[in-house]
Design a binder for this molecule. Structure first.
Ligand code: DON
Length: 341
């Protein structure tokens, strides 16, 4: 298919190729109905399994949305690259790295283990690493930590976000595995004594409510070198964005990260709330929302949509026909002829 964009290529234009594409993704993958809604946090079980949204926000601030893109859900693990970025920005690479490594674990997101040799969490995308990162922020900001996190996420999303108290309380009540991880971290001196307070911030951070549109905008903020492309708000330093995207590329999809890199080839992060956020550097943020998960804890439809989008738009970082690295510049230029496969 040859893309021709006339006029300003603005969002909402029925003729825009990206709008047609997200509409098609939504129509094609609504038929994927396997997978299970997460129940280990009891309140997550109340999610509507049919909800399905697909959204692309470009690094120039255009929005293309299909399906349930304004339904709020909890961000869960998609919060992890953002708190990691905050810690990098505030404490620097070296100090953060003294607490958490940057190696894929190949294990489940909630595994209770530290890395042999270093006794640090493998990476900041799994629960042990993310709790460590939040505890670092908590050591510095104390009682103000959650407000600080919420303000940063809100800036990345371009609107004031809030959190879901019922989901937060549900995880706080039942999150014994995370509590075990936190105490393991305390045993190795990776977090401070008030580990319960840090864990409380982690549970709240995971319960921040976003929509599929918000997640795509947060992804576009990373794609746009840390600057929200809609509000023009500078959220992350460009050097931290590089670190955030690197760790999302190698570790963002847990023990599916290798297959994801192979099949999709762009940095991404999933959450058990059903969100997936992917980033195409300097081009677009992609988000999907569908709460039925596979055995790794990744959204079933989210994976399928991203595999298809990456193939159709040529997004894979190592595709030698990689139109993805330049497709948008061509696409938004008047009369351009960028190819979608
Ligand atoms: O800590 C937990 O288990 C959840 N609050 C977040 C886990 C999560 O989202 C894993 N994602 N696929």
């Amino acid at each position: 298919m040859t893309i021709r964009v006339s006029g300003d290529g603005s969002a909402g234009s029925a003729a825009h190729e990206l709008q047609l594409l997200v509409d098609e993704m939504h129509a094609n993958y609504a038929s994927v109905t396997d997978g299970e809604v997460a129940t280990y946090i009891p309140e997550l079980a109340t999610a509507n399994p049919d909800h399905f949204g697909v959204c692309i926000v470009t690094a120039s601030g255009h929005v293309f949305a299909a399906g349930d893109c304004d339904v709020p859900f909890t961000i869960q693990s998609v919060s992890k690259p953002f708190t990691f970025g905050m810690a990098l920005e505030e404490f620097g690479h070296e100090r953060v790295w003294q607490h958490v490594d940057v190696e894929p674990s190949g294990d489940a997101f909630n595994s209770i283990e530290l890395r042999n040799g270093t006794n640090r969490p493998h990476n900041p995308m799994i629960n042990s690493g993310a709790i460590t990162v939040t505890a670092l922020l908590h050591q510095h900001h104390g009682a103000a930590t959650f407000d600080h996190v919420l303000a940063c996420f809100s800036a990345a999303a371009g609107r004031q976000l809030s959190f879901d108290r019922a989901v937060y309380e549900s995880e706080r009540r039942t999150g014994h595995r995370n509590r075990a991880i936190a105490h393991l971290l305390l045993n190795f001196g990776l977090v401070a004594e008030d580990v319960e307070a840090a864990l409380d911030v982690y549970f709240r951070q995971c319960a921040i409510l976003v929509t599929c549109r918000d997640l795509a905008t947060m992804g576009a903020t990373l794609a746009n070198m840390g600057r929200n492309p809609i509000t023009d708000d500078g959220v992350f330093d460009v050097r931290c964005v590089k670190d955030m995207l690197s760790i999302m590329f190698t570790c963002g999809m847990y023990d599916y990260s290798g297959q994801w890199a192979y099949r999709v080839g762009v940095p991404a992060k999933s959450g058990v709330g059903g969100g997936v956020m992917a980033v195409v550097n300097r081009q677009i943020g992609i988000a999907t929302y569908s709460p039925k998960l596979d055995a790794h804890g990744n959204s079933r439809r989210g994976i399928e949509v991203c595999v298809d989008l990456a193939s159709r738009l040529g997004l894979h970082a190592f595709d030698c026909l990689n139109v993805g690295s330049s497709f948008l510049g061509g696409m938004l230029a008047e009369g351009s002829t960028t190819r979608v496969r």
